[in-house]
Design a binder for this molecule. Structure first.
Ligand SMILES: NC(=O)C1=CN([C@@H]2O[C@H](COP(=O)(O)OP(=O)(O)OC[C@H]3O[C@@H](n4cnc5c(N)ncnc54)[C@H](OP(=O)(O)O)[C@@H]3O)[C@@H](O)[C@H]2O)C=CC1
Ligand SMILES: N[C@@H](C[C@H]1CC(C(=O)O)=NO1)C(=O)O
Length: 327
């Protein structure tokens, strides 16, 4: 059968990860990488796949089955997903949690009339963690759910830091509160504010002549990313960033403790330990690209989230094979 033909938009950590992940999925092929960089900058995209400008995408409508959008959530995807969802089936990792409802509406307005399928906010959080919070809350209505991330590098927050004026490069680490995690594990169902669960640490390389105090303030007060957290900003030079901050480990867990009878406490836990956040996230995007293709074939048009995707559609195995392997 014909392979599922994939296009990548945006060649950063995720773009590179999708290029690798496709090779582990024999039912898929990679048509090209599409970048916003100027024609004389295409050689800065060190991809093993043919590189094109996003301006060329129109010519590929009959050559690509699913476009995987690897831009940043802060500034790129709010523009790119609605634009491309009108032309292609798309999958993206949009993770500005507070803005997902409005993003969903904008993408649906583009994809539905075009009879395209646009899977939004795919990854691990939002994504696999969202799914596990849903399973836990549906199964244990009487309970409390907690999510902890890290210690690790958040790509969404690192992308957001890099977009601040005066920042040349940067990364953000998320640290869970040991105290909060211990309290949750006692099953005491504590009430925890956002500020009680995580702190955030940024490492920033300033542009020449940028004002550190202004940059620090812009990061700490950034809505939807930092303003609800105790945040520390460290200023370092480029060499230090290259030497000490190239790895992108991350992870975390979703935990729900609940009761079926008062005397029976039940605990559900789902966890991830990621050696490489973008590599893992890209692998999730690719599995959902398979589902987007199939959902479009089934006539499921418009914007969808992971809640709308039947799990079997993610698998390269046939429904019969999956049933055989159910135990
Ligand atoms: N839902 C989830 O669980 C997760 C979501 N994410 C989301 O993924 C988003 C993307 O993350 P990530 O890939 O790390 O972001 P990057 O900063 O690596 O890349 C973002 C975009 O910046 C451009 N870019 C990257 N490197 C360069 C360069 N050297 N020169 C010029 N342009 C460059 C690329 O676009 P172009 O090629 O067009 O220039 C790229 O698409 C994050 O914002 C986050 O929101 C990430 C992890 C998990
Ligand atoms: N979307 C996150 C994935 C997880 C990590 C995270 C955080 O550290 O705040 N929130 O969600 C990312 O971009 O890495």
């Amino acid at each position: 059968t014909q392979s599922i033909r994939i296009g990548i938009v945006g060649y950063g950590n995720l773009g590179r990860g999708v290029e690798t992940a496709i090779q582990k999925n024999p039912d898929m092929s990679l048509v090209g990488v599409f970048t916003r960089r100027a024609p004389d900058q295409l050689d800065t995209v060190d991809a093993a796949t043919p590189v094109f400008s996003v301006a060329d995408l129109n010519d590929f409508q009959d050559k690509i089955d699913v476009l995987i959008l690897c831009g940043g959530s802060k500034d790129d995807l709010p523009k790119q997903t609605p634009e491309y969802a009108a032309l292609f089936n798309t999958v993206d990792s949009f993770d500005t949690h507070a803005k997902i409802p409005e993003f969903y509406a904008a993408v649906d307005a583009a994809a539905a009339p075009a009879k395209k399928t646009a899977l939004i906010s795919v990854g691990w959080d939002p994504g696999l963690f969202s799914l596990n919070r849903l399973y836990a809350e549906a199964v244990l209505p009487d309970g409390e759910t907690y999510t902890f991330w890290g210690k690790g590098l958040s790509q969404g927050h690192s992308d957001a830091v890099r977009r601040v004026e005066g920042v040349k490069a940067g990364v953000q680490y998320t640290l869970p509160s040991e105290k909060a995690m211990a309290e949750v594990r006692t099953g005491s169902r504590p009430t925890l504010a956002t500020r009680d669960k995580h702190t955030r640490e940024c490492y920033v390389v300033l542009e020449e002549g940028a004002d550190a105090a202004v940059v620090e303030q812009a990061i700490k007060t950034m809505p939807n990313y930092f303003d609800e957290y105790e945040t520390t900003v460290h200023f370092i030079d480029e060499d230090t960033l290259q030497r000490e901050h190239q790895n992108m480990p991350h992870g975390g867990f979703v935990i729900r403790s609940g009761n079926t009878r008062p005397e029976h406490n039940q605990v559900i836990e789902y966890g991830l330990q990621l050696g490489d956040n973008p590599g893992f996230t890209s692998s999730v995007l690719v599995a959902y690209a398979r589902a987007a293709y199939r959902m479009n074939q089934q006539g499921q048009y418009g914007a969808k989230t992971v809640f709308d995707v039947a799990p079997g559609l993610l698998s390269i195995k046939s429904p019969e094979q999956l049933r055989k392997e159910m135990l």
